[in-house]
Design a protein around this ligand. Structure first.
Ligand SMILES: *Cc1c(COP(=O)(O)O)cnc(C)c1O
Length: 357
């Protein structure tokens, strides 16, 4: 009964709820540093918006076009509201892209490792996936990506900064790359972590939209805004393609509470600035720790770091039994750790040192 493309699918493994994990492991509390969540919470303005939500409107369908949020994001991002598309998390937008553009036999190019959802949805559509390994420093192999493009290529995914390497391709190099991409290829630029970039003052590919009509720029409220539970992401779609994508999208994909929460979060840019500064400080401290202790790591511009750790699976287990969940399985003997609070960072680093002592 199943369509052939889904019979051998490896599903995305979601995080085990913390209370359940704590029971399983017999350790409490466990700090989750495996999902790139914001350890500093979310803006107090969001709490107010949710508490002020009019309960009487729960019997009504939400605004299917998320008009208020859409206008606010358009103003914030400096793009026409008509080109915005919202999803139940950026995850849904990723699914929608695969559903709208990929037919069986089409090709999709991506660096590897990168965010696993691009691959899963391409597989469901029975597309062919071309993985182009990143370079030794975690950066994209730009020539390799360009050379992987064929007449059958529909999509090129570029997660920038990339998950899990954390590396960032500067805007000038992004522009140079885009100039080499044939016009029949749609380039998906996933900026889930762009708000954490500090190496460059204006890092977003939103600035390139006037120059290229084959790029999509994607953002989420889950990471720097600390709103992962509310599931709000969006993309800026080229004018010629947006109507088709809106037709494929489910009509009420963004619930009313989430719309109100995201609107409040967007309005509090002071919160975003504070988080960016705190994460940048943690990043500097983590890179200094890894360098001082001889770990090989990729230079990060995100809220996590990707590094080589001998006996990574054992280290992960040791950390878990001492109250820290980190991410493995993304590369041989490599771990990805989300930055926590100062106290959490110091504690996990102490545990790492103790493990190898
Ligand atoms: C977390 C993440 C997403 C998904 O974000 P949601 O809006 O929570 O669905 C998308 N892309 C990348 C690269 C991510 O790391």
């Amino acid at each position: 009964m199943l369509k052939p493309s889904v019979t051998h699918l490896h599903p995305y493994v979601p995080e085990t709820p913390l209370p359940e994990l704590e029971k399983q492991i017999g350790v409490s509390p466990i700090v989750r540093l495996s999902a790139n969540e914001n350890p500093f919470g979310t803006s107090p303005a969001v709490k107010k918006a949710i508490q002020g939500f009019d309960f009487n409107t729960t019997r009504q369908y939400p605004d299917g076009d998320a008009n208020q949020l859409c206008q606010a994001v358009a103003k914030f991002a400096g793009v026409p509201a008509e080109q915005l598309l919202f999803g139940c998390g950026l995850d849904e937008v990723i699914e929608l892209v695969a559903r709208t553009f990929l037919s069986p036999g089409d090709e999709m190019v991506e660096p590897w490792p990168t965010f696993g959802e691009y691959k899963i949805h391409a597989q469901i559509e029975d597309a062919t996936i071309i993985d182009v390994p990143v370079q030794a420093d975690g950066q994209f192999d730009v020539d390799g990506l360009i050379n992987a493009i064929t007449p059958k290529t529909k999509l090129l995914w570029l997660c920038n900064p990339n998950n899990p390497t954390g590396t960032f391709l500067p805007l000038a190099q992004m522009r140079a790359l885009l100039k080499r991409v044939p016009k029949h290829v749609l380039v998906m630029i996933d900026e889930a972590y762009v708000d954490f970039v500090t190496d460059e003052a204006q890092p977003s590919a939103l600035a390139l939209i006037p120059e290229f009509d084959n790029i999509v720029v994607m953002r989420t409220f889950s990471k720097i805004y600390g709103l992962a539970a509310m599931r709000v992401g969006y993309a800026v779609i080229p004018k010629a393609l947006v109507a088709a994508m809106q037709a494929v999208r489910l009509p009420y994909n963004l619930n009313s509470v989430s719309q109100a929460a995201a609107l409040a979060a967007l309005a509090d840019q002071d919160f975003v600035t504070t988080i960016r500064q705190r994460v940048a400080k943690a990043r500097t401290q983590w890179e200094a720790f890894l360098a001082a202790n001889g770990y090989q790591y990729d230079h990060s511009q995100a809220n996590f770091i990707f590094f080589k750790a001998p006996r990574a699976a054992e280290l992960k287990d040791y950390l878990l039994h001492h109250g820290f969940l980190v991410r493995d399985g993304l590369g041989p003997d490599q771990l990805r750790v989300t930055f926590g609070t100062d106290a959490q960072n110091q504690q996990i680093q102490k545990l790492m040192t103790a493990f190898y002592a």
